[in-house]
Write a protein that binds this ligand. Sequence first.
Ligand SMILES: [Zn+2]
Length: 141
Amino acid sequence: MSEQKPSHSAPLSNRDFDFFYAGLERQRLLVQRCGECRSLRAPPSPACPSCGSTVWAAVEARGTGTLFSYTVHHHPPLPGFDTPHPVGLIELDEGVRVVAGLDTIPLDRITIGMTVAAEFIRRGEVASVRFRQPGALREEP
Ligand SMILES: [Zn+2]
């Protein structure tokens, strides 16, 4: 009997990241806001890097920003992803940065500083977010 492999790996979550993935299930891009100094942070962490407070709340980001940097994954193959697979570091308009796929943007159109917008998708059973060019036609995952 063979085991069926999932088409996409479920994200590795923990109590710091659970709110983020729960947000993706509701098509919301969530970041943390410190309960003391009010600074935003991403990726999630248990304490504020500015003041050390462990008090925080989840706030919704608009989902728009600019491409700060990117890489293109070629190898090894990842279940459910075509290669080459561009992955971006997006500076959100709120000032924090998130990592996400850029897989609807042709490689020759990807440029540092380009405007991008979040697109909520499902990769198999997994709620996810990727970034696309605003106004670009949506492409089915
Ligand atoms: Zn703080």
